[in-house]
Design a protein around this ligand. Structure first.
Ligand code: ATP
Length: 600
C-alpha cells in the first residue's frame, strides 16, 4: 500500500458543542461577555462622537438588560455604534469561525480547555452556553438599514432586514431548557451585579441602575478624600469595620494597573480570608481568586485591582509564568512596603497604635516572602511589657547596655503570656532586663525569621532557663551548699520530676526557691508545630522541663538536711508546677487539701 500523507481536517460544525461544553466552566460568564460587548459598543460611539466622526445625538446611552419568562428570552440592548449587515458578516461570522477553528486546532490535545475564549474573539459565542437560539437586531450609526442575524447553534445563520429605528444593538437569547435558572430575576440580577457592578456605562435592570460607573480606583487620588475611600470600602464590604488605611495603586508603565488596596482591622483570632481582593479588567469583574497575582501575604488585604495586562482567560500554569504577573506581584509588594514606611515616618505614634493589625501583615510577609524583610526591617516594631515600641535597630542599641552575653551576642527576652509568666518577668525586671511581648500566632515563626536575618541577635523566652544562663555573662556564682547537701537536694526533687532534669543553681537569696523552665528550643518547636497545624512529636507528648532549685535559698538549705520529711520539698515542687499552669487534676486537689491543713 502506498503511504498517504495528509492533514487532519477540523470541521467547524463541531465547534458549538465544544464552545458549549468546554470554553468556560462557568456558564454565567455569557452575561459578562455580552454586557462587555455592549459597553465596548457604547464607548466606541462616544469616541466617534468626540473625534467628530459621528455628529448625531448620543442620547441616553444606558444599557438595558431584560428578560421575559414566558417567551424564555434574555435581551441585552445597547445604544452603541451598532453594526451594518456587512459588519455582522465580518465581525460575527468570519472572525468567530476562524477563531473557533484556530481554537480547536490549538487545544484539541489539551485538557485545560477552560477560560480560553478571550484570546480568539469568541466572547459573543459564549451566548450559546445558555441559549439554543440567538438573535442580533442592530442598527449602525452609519446610514444603513437595520439588520437581523439569527443562528440556532449550528454553523448555519441567517441575515435579513430588520425593523429598528434607534441606533444600537439588541442581543436576544432564547434560553435553552437546561439554563432556565437564568430566567429567574434574582439569579439574573445576582450575575449581572457580580460582573457588572463597576462597568463604565450605566446598566439598567428592572428600571434601576445596578452599577457604579465611576468607582474610585479610576479616579485621580488627589481628587479623593478619606471619606470617599471609606465609602467605597463599605460599598464593597457592607458590614465591615472601617479599614485602617489604604493604598491607591496607579501604574502605567511597564504595565497598566490601577486599584485600591485596604488594610482591614485584624482581630487576634485572625482568619485567613483570601477572597477579599477582587480582580477587574477594564472595570469588568473577573475573579476574587487572586492567588497567582497578589503575593500570598497580601491576600489578607481587601480591595480591587484592575489591569488589562493580566492575561485573564488563560490557564493557570500560563498565568504563573507570565512576566507581567510577576512584575505586578513585586510592584504591589513594593507599594505596600513604601506605604507602610511612609506611615511609620510621618506619624510613628499612629503607626504604633495600629501595629497589632499591621504587624500581622508584616510578620506574615517576612515569613512567606524572603525579600520582604529587607523592605520592612526599618519599621518592624518590637513591643515590650510596658507597651514601649522599638525598631530592631533601636532595640539592639538598648540590649547593648545590659543584655549582651560573654560572646558578644545580644539576647532579647520575651514573654508570650504576660499574666502567666509574671513571676519570670518580675525576675527579669529585678535584674533590669527588658522583656518583649510576642503573643500572636505568627510570633514563633517571626522570631525565627528575625534571628536568621538580623546579625548577632537571639531571643529567649523569659522562663526558658535561669537568667544567668539565658544571658550568660560568664560570671560564676557559687552555691552555699556543700557537695553532700547538693546531692541530697537533687535526690529529693528527683523523686517528683520523673525524667526531667533537676538543676541546682546559685541564684540570689531572695529569688523563688524552686521554679520550672522549659528549654527554648523545645518549646519553640512545639509552638511552631501548633501554628503549622500539626501536633507533631511534641503535640502528643508532655513537654519536657527543667526544675531549677535555688541553692542559695534558706528553705533549700533546710531540705538539704531533712529531705522531704515535712513535705516541704513536695510543696515547693507543686508551687512551681502551679505557677507554670502545670498542676492539674488530683495533684491539684491534694495540693489544696495539704495547704489548707497546714493553715489549720
Ligand atoms: N453589542 C455590539 N455592538 C456592536 N458590535 C458588536 C456587539 N457585540 C459584538 N460586536 C462586534 O463583534 C465582534 C466580536 O465580538 P466577540 O465578543 O466575539 O469578540 P471580542 O469582543 O472582539 O473579543 P472577546 O472574545 O474578548 O469578547 C466585536 O469585536 C464587535 O466588533
Amino acid at each position: 500500500m502506498v503511504t498517504e500523507k495528509g492533514t487532519i481536517s477540523i470541521n467547524t460544525e463541531n465547534i458549538f458543542p465544544i464552545i458549549k461544553k468546554f470554553l468556560y466552566s462557568d456558564h454565567e460568564i455569557f452575561l459578562r461577555e455580552l454586557v462587555s460587548n455592549a459597553v465596548d459598543a457604547t464607548q466606541k460611539i462616544k469616541k466617534l462622537s468626540s473625534i467628530g466622526q459621528f455628529d448625531g445625538e448620543l442620547g441616553d446611552l444606558k444599557i438595558k438588560v431584560s428578560f421575559d419568562k414566558d417567551a424564555k428570552t434574555i435581551t441585552i440592548s445597547d445604544k452603541g455604534l451598532g453594526m451594518t449587515a456587512d459588519e455582522i458578516k465580518k465581525y460575527i461570522n468570519q472572525i468567530a469561525f476562524s477563531g473557533a477553528k484556530e481554537f480547536v486546532e490549538k487545544y484539541k490535545d489539551e485538557s485545560d480547555k477552560t477560560q480560553i475564549i478571550g484570546q480568539f474573539g469568541l466572547g459573543f459565542y459564549s451566548a450559546f452556553m445558555v441559549a439554543k437560539e440567538v438573535e442580533i437586531i442592530t442598527k449602525s450609526y452609519q446610514d444603513a438599514p437595520a439588520a437581523r442575524w439569527f443562528s440556532d447553534g449550528t454553523t448555519e445563520f441567517e441575515i435579513s432586514a430588520a425593523e429598528k429605528a434607534e441606533r444600537g444593538t439588541d442581543i436576544i437569547l432564547h434560553i435553552a431548557e437546561d439554563s432556565e435558572e437564568f430566567l429567574e430575576e434574582s439569579k439574573l440580577e445576582q450575575v449581572l451585579v457580580k460582573y457588572g457592578k463597576f462597568l463604565p456605562v450605566e446598566i439598567e435592570f428592572k428600571d434601576k441602575v445596578i452599577n457604579n460607573p465611576s468607582p474610585i480606583w479610576v479616579k485621580t487620588p488627589s481628587d479623593l478624600k478619606d471619606e470617599d475611600y471609606i465609602a467605597f470600602y463599605k460599598e464593597l464590604y457592607p458590614y465591615s469595620e472601617d479599614p485602617l488605611f489604604w493604598i491607591h495603586l496607579n501604574v502605567d508603565y511597564p504595565f497598566n494597573l490601577t486599584g485600591v488596596l485596604y488594610f482591614p482591622k485584624v482581630k487576634q483570632d485572625f482568619q485567613l480570608n483570601r477572597e477579599k481582593i477582587q480582580l477587574y479588567s477594564r472595570q469588568v469583574f473577573i475573579t476574587d481568586d487572586v492567588k497567582d497575582i497578589v503575593p500570598e501575604f497580601l491576600q489578607l488585604l481587601h480591595g480591587v485591582i484592575d489591569s488589562p495586562d493580566i492575561p485573564l482567560n488563560v490557564s493557570r500554569s500560563y498565568l504563573q509564568a507570565d512576566g507581567n504577573v510577576k512584575r505586578i506581584n513585586s510592584h504591589i509588594t513594593k507599594k505596600v512596603a513604601d506605604k507602610l514606611s511612609d506611615l511609620f515616618r510621618e506619624d510613628r505614634k499612629a503607626f504604633e497604635e495600629k501595629w497589632e493589625s499591621i504587624g500581622l501583615f508584616v510578620k506574615y510577609g517576612i515569613i512567606s516572602d524572603d525579600k520582604f524583610f529587607d523592605r520592612a526591617k526599618d519599621f518592624i516594631l518590637l513591643k515590650n511589657t510596658e507597651g514601649a515600641c522599638f525598631t530592631i535597630e533601636e532595640y539592639k542599641t538598648k540590649l547593648e547596655a545590659n543584655q549582651k552575653d560573654k560572646d558578644g551576642k545580644l539576647v532579647g527576652l520575651y514573654a508570650n503570656d504576660i499574666s502567666k509568666q509574671d513571676a519570670f518577668i518580675a525576675g527579669a525586671k529585678k535584674r533590669e532586663f527588658d522583656v518583649l511581648v510576642f503573643d500572636d500566632v505568627l510570633d514563633a515563626h517571626f522570631i525565627n525569621a528575625m534571628e536568621s536575618k538580623v546579625e548577632n541577635l537571639t531571643f529567649k523566652r523569659v522562663d526558658a532557663d535561669t537568667f544567668d544562663k539565658l544571658i550568660d555573662k560568664g560570671l560564676k556564682q557559687e552555691v552555699v551548699l556543700g557537695e553532700d547537701e547538693k546531692k541530697k537536694v537533687e535526690e529529693t526533687f528527683k523523686e517528683f520530676v520523673g525524667n526531667n532534669i533537676v538543676q541546682i543553681e546559685a541564684l540570689p537569696v531572695d529569688d523563688i526557691p524552686v521554679s520550672i523552665v522549659v528549654p527554648e528550643f523545645m518549646r519553640r518547636y512545639a509552638d511552631m508545630s501548633k501554628v503549622n497545624g500539626q501536633g507533631g512529636m511534641f503535640g502528643n507528648m508532655p513537654m519536657m522541663y527543667n526544675l531549677v532549685v535555688n541553692g542559695n535559698h534558706p528553705i533549700i538549705g533546710k531540705i538539704a538536711k531533712e529531705g522531704n520529711e515535712n513535705g516541704l520539698a513536695k510543696q515547693l515542687y507543686d508551687l512551681a508546677l502551679l505557677s507554670q499552669g502545670m498542676l492539674n487534676g488530683a495533684d491539684l486537689t491534694q495540693f489544696i487539701q495539704r495547704s489548707v491543713e497546714k493553715l489549720g
